[in-house]
Design a binder for this molecule. Structure first.
Ligand code: SF4
Length: 244
């Protein structure tokens, strides 16, 4: 099974009011109007639902496809992967504030603000997707604070893994797949910004640079998020791929 937001509904359920399409939530068996014309036939296929994603839209991916994608993520070095609804992704203005004040990467990289999509653009972008993939990579904190070469090596590995997975998903049929790797691009020791990017095929905005509140998003999924305070701690990096 390949990506689709197709939901089949029976004739009796398809007899909707004129001018309104019906989308059936298979899990809750309730019906929702989506503002497009429905055909009165034995079955109705609703492709690419034009309404804004919300919590009532079911994850329509087959479990075996989700497992296949998780396996691909593991093969590329991620410790965990999970599918989430884009409606569960939290965006906030404070994230951009942290980039603008207190981060040395601000205005120095193609993948960070102000070159990355701003809050409004990100919200608009998310409204064009229903599902995303959250990718988790675990690292040891001593690399973060004590070994910048090792930190950069890990950053590059995770950056390239996100883009490689985006490519694989595209080839699987997820033609809208778009990666938002964690941290910032470290492919060049010094980013050429504002001059032309040296590896434009691998240029993506980072997940934080798009004003995505990663902490709150992960907490919404029921996960505990703790800050790594000691060099002995390990820390998690979160990347995302917008899927369908
Ligand atoms: S590939 Fe190099 S020039 Fe392009 S965004 Fe990354 S660091 Fe900057």
């Amino acid at each position: 099974m390949r990506p689709t937001l197709t939901t089949r509904i029976g004739r009796e359920e398809a007899l909707s009011r004129k001018g309104m399409a019906l989308v059936l939530d298979k899990n809750r068996r309730d019906v929702k109007r989506c503002g497009t014309a429905a055909r009165e036939e034995d079955s109705v296929e609703v492709h690419d639902m034009p309404c804004r994603p919300d919590d009532n839209i079911p994850i329509t991916m087959e479990p075996e496809v989700i497992e296949e994608i998780k396996g691909m993520a593991k093969d590329l070095g991620f410790d965990e992967a999970r599918v989430l609804r884009t409606a569960e992704i939290v965006t906030a203005r404070w994230v951009g504030l942290k980039c603008r004040y207190g981060c040395a990467n601000y205005n120095t990289s193609w993948c960070c603000p102000p070159a990355s999509p701003n809050l409004d653009a990100t919200r608009e972008l998310l409204s064009e997707y229903s599902l995303a993939l959250l990718l988790l990579g675990r690292s040891n904190n001593k690399h973060f604070y004590r070994n910048s070469t090792e930190k950069r090596r890990r950053q590059i590995r995770q950056w390239k893994a996100t883009i490689a997975l985006e490519r694989k998903l595209f080839l699987m049929g997820y033609y809208k797949a778009f990666g938002l790797p964690s941290d910032t691009c470290a492919l060049c020791k010094k980013c050429s910004y504002p001059e032309r990017c040296k590896f434009p095929n691998e240029k993506r905005p980072s997940v934080e640079a798009c004003s995505i509140d990663v902490f709150q998003t992960v907490r919404r999924l029921g996960r505990l998020v703790e800050l790594a305070g000691s060099v002995k701690d390990s820390y998690n990096s979160y990347s995302m791929i917008l899927l369908v």
